[in-house]
Design a binder for this molecule. Structure first.
Ligand code: ADP
Ligand code: ZN
Ligand code: ZN
Length: 729
């Protein structure tokens, strides 16, 4: 009897057997609807069999075959299965992450081809003065179409909710639906700048590796023209009739970036990210699967886009933490990019100004080939770095006088300054000046942040909120004082220090709504002066040509972290934020305010830049046998009762020792230790680390160890998860 093996998006590790429908065979990669428990589910056929462990009488038939031709190919299925094994995640959960919700329903596929909206002849007569309210959604859609036809897919990503506006405009006869061809440009096609020799060389080298597996590490500071290299490579891939996948960090997928790709390649560019509505995501996915989407520009989950003709993968800002999923299916999109590239025999380009130590080690060992863009593209010069010693300075609103003067001079020259502080809210602590009480989150045992505008105390670890007390709950004194500076307070102080100068705050609170960040960054024109203040949301994205001064506050917190990756992260952040200054013709300056002006990390950055810092950090990691010179798997556990999470991890450690002798050679178990946040949201947290310098050994031991762990009675007393290649410990 012909049997289909079906992966079903449910939290279970196995594939399920079903009776194949009579007649034509169903190929792997097709979706089928199957009975599952009392429900029906949509799964993906992964293979065929002629026998099953399920007795023939109990074997249920597939209820419907949803695809005539496979939706995903063998490479896609193999990658997903590989990732499910490597990250020790049930195949069903991996599938749930990879397959858009819209495609998990037994409904017709929502593909729209290259349908686009355009102004009708009647609409074009209205262009100079459309009878539509200024600033309305309908008007924005009209104005966008006045630049030329736009595909539904592009509207989905650029103007969410456009379908209602389109109905209104259609009723008035202003617009019509047209069909574009895949190669039609959208609006005016903007040619790229003439490439500099380093860019030409990089593109030439990677292009020469088309058709074989070759990882490339493309190093270049912000503004050195890396994106221009990706664009050139995508063009080369398209010329060979191949698809290209470009991954960007969550914060990097701005309308500006998308526009840059669309200007170059037209409607064949599709965006794929978690902010899309489900229908939009399914449509982009299908366009990729059918080969209509020639270019996919996406965030982490876009690594699972089915791309039958994939010829190139580029991963921008490859060091970015957003490539690692932190819950459920804990995969790294950056690492899976290499897995896919190898399976497909294609080049993969990892780009960064501040490459991860993992990638640098791979470049040093020769596994990755190195490409460098040594200077900023065009006329821009690197910024100068100043360390501001705040130890004996009389701070004004948390700013050293030297820094205040520099900001003043900057705005007086008509230029823009950026004050970076990675703490939102008004103040990190609210303290009673009389008795020393401070507002803590009881569920996390950490200070709550004072948000003045909202009049709330907020825990940034568990989001708990409460009202701000009017007097001290301990001594009933009136002297509650905010301690330290958050972005909200800095916004206020800078307004006082520089009256008449616009101060623009960019953090999670001011950018809640979609498009809000872009709107804020657009508030100051390229010739206006002003001050931006904000969190790491300001570290990347959007070019600000009139920005010449960057001040970095609060680095000291990063200098004292226990996480072994803290120094790497801090170095990356400082370099990334600094890259904001002086990107056009004007020179830039960076001010780093600290209590530790002589700290080794800062000294290295100052003297040798990120390269020098990275080299010394790599030497430390090698000596301490830490990643990338060791491979880790982290078992986390949390429970209301701390004893339970600890007991579970102790049992898990014992279970490791009981696994067959020999199979644990070369694997070291450390812990259980309290987690870096020992208490969060009322749960007590511990962790256990398995480490080996031999990745294959670690991989070989994990499935057996996990089987034992699952069988432990204490495993039901705590919430636990295993994280392979964890990035925060
Ligand atoms: P990165 O991705 O490394 O930050 P981009 O590719 O975004 O760099 O380039 C930074 C800026 O320099 C952009 O405005 C880009 O248009 C411009 N640029 C890139 N390459 C060149 C070049 N060869 N000549 C002139 N300008 C360039
Ligand atoms: Zn008090
Ligand atoms: Zn909390």
């Amino acid at each position: 009897m012909p049997i289909l093996k079906v992966a079903v998006p449910v939290p279970l590790p196995q594939v399920f057997d079903y009776r194949a429908p009579r007649g034509t065979g169903v190929r792997p990669g097709c979706r089928v609807e199957v009975p599952f428990g009392r429900d029906r589910r949509v799964g993906v056929v992964v293979g065929h069999a002629s026998e099953s462990d399920v007795p023939p009488g109990k074997l249920k038939p597939v209820t419907a075959v949803l695809d005539e031709t496979p939706l995903v190919n063998g490479e896609w299925l193999a990658t997903l299965q590989w990732a499910s094994r490597y990250y020790q995640c049930a195949l069903g959960i991996a599938l749930e992450t990879a397959l858009p919700v819209g495609l998990r329903q037994a409904k017709p596929l929502p593909f729209e081809g290259y349908r686009a909206l355009a102004l009708s002849a009647h609409g074009r007569q209205m262009v100079s003065d459309p009878p539509l309210r200024r600033g309305s959604r309908v008007r924005s859609l009209f104005e966008r179409l006045a630049e030329g036809p736009v595909t539904y897919a592009a509207l989905d990503t650029d103007l969410p909710g456009w379908r209602d506006s389109a109905t209104a405009l259609r009723h008035r006869g202003f617009i019509e639906t047209v069909s574009l061809s895949a190669s039609a440009p959208v609006g005016a096609r903007v040619p790229g700048p003439p490439l500099n020799p380093h860019q030409t060389e990089a593109i030439g080298a990677v292009t020469a590796s088309f058709g074989r597996f070759q990882p490339w590490l493309l190093e270049g500071v912000t503004g050195s023209g890396k994106t221009e290299v990706y664009l050139g490579l995508v063009e080369a891939a398209l010329a060979r009739d191949r698809q290209a996948l470009v991954l960007v960090p969550e914060i990097g997928l701005t309308p500006q970036t998308l526009r840059r790709f669309r200007d170059r390649f037209g409607p064949a560019v599709h965006a794929l990210h978690s902010g899309l509505a489900e229908g939009e995501r399914s449509r982009a996915w299908l366009a990729a699967a059918r080969g209509d989407a020639k270019v996919i520009l996406g965030t982490r989950s876009a690594i699972f886009a089915p791309l039958p003709a994939l010829g190139l993968i580029a991963v921008d800002e490859e060091h970015d933490a957003s490539y690692k999923q932190q819950d459920g299916f804990r995969y790294s999109a950056r690492d899976l990019a290499l897995v896919r590239a190898r399976a497909l025999s294609i080049p993969v380009v990892l780009g960064s100004a501040t490459a991860s130590l993992e990638s640098l080690a791979n470049a040093e060992s020769g596994r990755y080939a190195r490409l460098t863009l040594p200077q900023r593209a065009g006329a821009a010069k690197p910024p100068t770095l100043h360390i501001v010693d705040q130890r004996r300075a009389r701070l004004v609103h948390g700013l050293a006088p030297e820094l205040v003067s520099a900001i003043k001079a900057c705005v007086q020259r008509g230029e823009q300054a950026l004050i970076f502080r990675n703490r939102r809210g008004y103040a990190p602590v609210l303290l009673c000046h009389d008795c020393g009480w401070h507002a803590d989150c009881e569920r996390c045992n950490k200070p709550m942040t004072f948000h003045r505008g909202r009049g709330r105390l907020v825990c940034h670890h568990c989001e708990a909120e409460r009202r701000v007390p009017v007097q001290c709950p301990e001594c009933h004194g009136p002297a509650l004082q905010p301690q330290g500076q958050g972005t909200e307070r800095l916004e206020e102080s800078l307004g006082e220090l520089f009256p008449g100068v616009p101060v623009i705050r960019v953090d999670r609170e001011t950018t809640r709504n979609r498009g809000a960040m872009e709107a804020l960054l657009d508030r100051l024109g390229p010739h206006q002066s002003g001050i931006y203040v904000g969190t790491q949301m300001l570290a990347k994205g959007h070019d600000l040509p009139n920005l010449t001064l960057v001040a970095i506050l609060g680095v000291d917190e990063g200098l004292h972290s226990v996480d072994f990756r803290a120094s790497e992260r801090l170095g990356q952040l400082v370099v990334q934020v600094s890259g904001r200054a002086g990107r056009a013709h004007k020179p830039g300056a960076v001010y780093l305010q600290t209590h530790h002006p002589d700290h080794a990390l800062l000294a290295k950055l100052l003297r040798g830049g990120y390269r020098a810092l990275a080299e010394s950090l790599l030497a430390e990691r090698r000596a301490a046998e830490l990643p990338p010179f060791a491979h880790l798997a982290l078992l986390r556990a949390e429970a209301k009762d701390g004893e339970r999470s600890l007991a579970f991890l102790n049992d898990a450690a014992a279970a490791a020792r009981e696994t067959e002798p020999g199979s644990l050679d070369g694997i070291e178990f450390m812990g259980p230790f309290p987690a870096p946040m020992p208490l969060r949201a009322g749960l007590h947290r511990f962790q256990l680390i398995a480490s080996s310098t031999d990745r294959a050994r670690l991989q070989a031991c994990l499935p057996r160890w996990l089987d034992r762990i699952r069988a432990l009675p204490s495993a039901r007393q705590a919430r636990w998860s295993l994280d392979v290649d964890p990035i925060d410990l």
